[in-house]
Design a binder for this molecule. Structure first.
Ligand code: ATP
Ligand code: MG
Length: 289
């Protein structure tokens, strides 16, 4: 049984479906995200807005999903529910096998801290706070001790290519660099899932490409990533494309296999190294990120 203040262990899915069972019967790792019949209604009566109208979605670990759809189609609503920032009106949601609907507020905030890394359009970095301190923050909340915190925050900043900007304040960094700090902050806790809501919405073309290349590399290292975007060329980085219209998924198309490299990296690799395959790993060896 889970207790207040602890992240509940993922329970076996038992009779709730075959999605996480191998053909031979051995239990497989639960999906990163499994949502079924999800609805979200804001307001009541004549003022009710049906933001989600019955969404089913399964995202295995290692997937890289782009969610598209016109303004008001329900993308952020879905992202906020997946990120445990909001609750559905009806339906079920399992994150890494954990039944999110059964958690209390304390457990939910622990799940958010340990299992989800957020990246927002507006970066959401603390001003007058160095890149290092911004990245360190989730570890402070997570109770990680000083030296370990420092090691992991520096490793995350190195992974996003900002080892030489550790002491810079957000206003001393370019937009693309600020977003890379935000990505480092999102991944410093080694979350199950990175959620990005229009991460390139405030960036120029070059910085957008840098941030998306970073997501490509993180996915090649085994990270599960969900990106909301309005732009086709951003969505083309993902392995899977999901389109929402008026609160429903109308298209769910796989662009490349979950186990393989993301499309842009795969294409670059086959151009340069036709036979090479990058090993997939959940974390960077020795860094914890
Ligand atoms: N807190 C809220 N209260 C009432 N209605 C809301 C709330 N949040 C969202 N909505 C409504 O729910 C619908 C879906 O909104 P959502 O923010 O999910 O859209 P979106 O696809 O993210 O749009 P955009 O591309 O503009 O960000 C919209 O009609 C919106 O007006
Ligand atoms: Mg939105």
């Amino acid at each position: 049984m889970s207790r207040r203040g602890t992240v509940p262990a993922a329970r076996s899915r038992g009779g709730s479906g075959p999605a996480n069972q191998r053909p031979g019967g051995a239990a497989e790792r639960a999906s990163a995200v499994h949502i079924s019949a999800l609805t979200k209604v804001y307001g009541i009566g004549d003022a009710a807005v049906h933001a989600l109208r019955g969404v089913d979605l399964d995202i295995p670990h290692g997937d890289y999903v782009a969610i598209m759809g016109s303004s008001g189609s329900g993308k952020s609503t879905m992202m906020n529910i997946i990120g445990c920032l909001d609750v559905p009106t009806t339906g079920h949601y399992r994150l890494d096998g954990i039944d999110i609907g059964s958690l209390d507020e304390t457990q939910l905030s622990l799940v958010r801290n340990r299992k989800i890394g957020f990246v927002f359009q507006s970066f959401n970095l603390l001003p007058r706070t160095s890149a290092f301190e911004n990245v360190e923050l989730p570890l402070v909340y997570g109770g990680v001790r000083g030296p370990e915190r420092r090691r992991r925050a520096l490793a995350a900043l190195e992974l996003v290519g900002l080892s030489d900007r550790v002491e810079h304040l957000p206003n001393q960094l370019s937009g693309g660099q600020q977003q890379r700090v935000a990505v480092a902050r999102a991944l410093v806790n080694a979350p199950s899932l990175i959620l990005a809501d229009e991460p390139t919405g405030n960036l120029d073309t070059h910085s957008s490409y840098e941030v998306m290349s970073l997501f490509d590399r993180l996915n090649a290292l085994g990270r599960t990533i969900v990106v909301i975007t309005h732009e086709e060329d951003i969505a083309e980085h993902a392995k899977r494309f999901v389109r929402l219209v008026d609160g429903r998924i109308v298209e769910d198309r796989r662009l490349s296999p979950v186990e393989g490299l993301p499309p842009k990296l795969g294409a670059a690799e086959s151009n340069h190294y036709p036979k090479a395959r990058a090993p997939l790993a959940q974390t960077q060896p020795g860094t914890g990120v």
